[in-house]
Design a protein around this ligand. Sequence first.
Ligand code: FES
Ligand SMILES: [Fe+2]
Length: 352
Amino acid sequence: MDKLKAELLRGLWYVACLGSEIKPGAMTGRKLMGDMVLIGRDKAGRIFALRDICPHRGIPLRHGTFDGETVQCCYHGWRFNTEGVCVDIPSTHEDQVIDYSKITCGAYPAIEQQGLVWIYFSAAGERPDEGRQPRPPMLPDFAADTGPAVHIMQPFVCSVDHAALGLMDPTHAAFVHTSWWFKKNATKLRPKRKEFEPSELGWAMVRHKLPPQNIAYRLLGDDVTTEIRYALPGLRIEHIKGSRHSVVGLTTITPVTEDETEVRQMFWASMGWIRPFKPLVRHLMNTFLGQDRRVVIQQREGLEYNPRLMLINDADTQGRWWMQLKREWADSQAEGRAFQNPVRARVLRWMS
Ligand code: FES
Ligand SMILES: [Fe+2]
């Protein structure tokens, strides 16, 4: 692990934004995975993503216009369709023959699913249907057209590695997430014992019962259980299920560059009565995530000096798995062989 920068994994789907952020006929420019990406929605409602650099003189296409079918560059008016292929060069004289279809700004595969826009960042020359992750992961219990009940995003000034290590770190909560409504202080740490097993592109904290005395869980019915999965390229999926309702929480870590990251937290809930509580829940989620964000800003002060870092057993074992998974993903891709999940089933114990 480089202290400040992270290797960005390719050949995977990343969450780019919420589908609701882009209306039909609109486009927006984003920096993701160190690339300039133009995300738009055509007149028919279909999402697309292009490389946001005009192949003529390099100006970002976001400065141009979109009529719901083609994007027109603001500099000399070249037009590109939603596949990124040039369809018009206004300066072409009628005697001149140019095969526009040979000119392209480049496109990224994009899919809208469960309210999220996912973009595929391919490994060199590979298409998603030939890659190892042909589609973004589908969250359990909710239909493909059901978006999250609540969603927040905060930019983190750190690499995906530090954002991910913080996300899967079970022992910082008592020190970092101190509020009147959550753990008050670090004086009452309790022993924890959880079972883990390998799962697709990551690992899972095996499904287990949640304390029935907890009011929040009782709202979901009887026999409330949870499973937490972590998967490349930086996803945490928590699936809480009771006899009456289920809730899915998703956290995504999308690299903006090697040392800037977008962290999103959102959840899907089957209970309709959650609606009036959304502003409160959003506020609490922002407070909680803001505490993580503050820590990485403070951490950066030390990381600038390139210190040696440590990952200890068992508190940081998940952090180790994350680094091993990333290494194996990159190595298997470079060597052109199948990915082999390095995680083995085991029990982890810690105090938190
Ligand atoms: S720079 Fe885009 S058309 Fe010339
Ligand atoms: Fe945290």
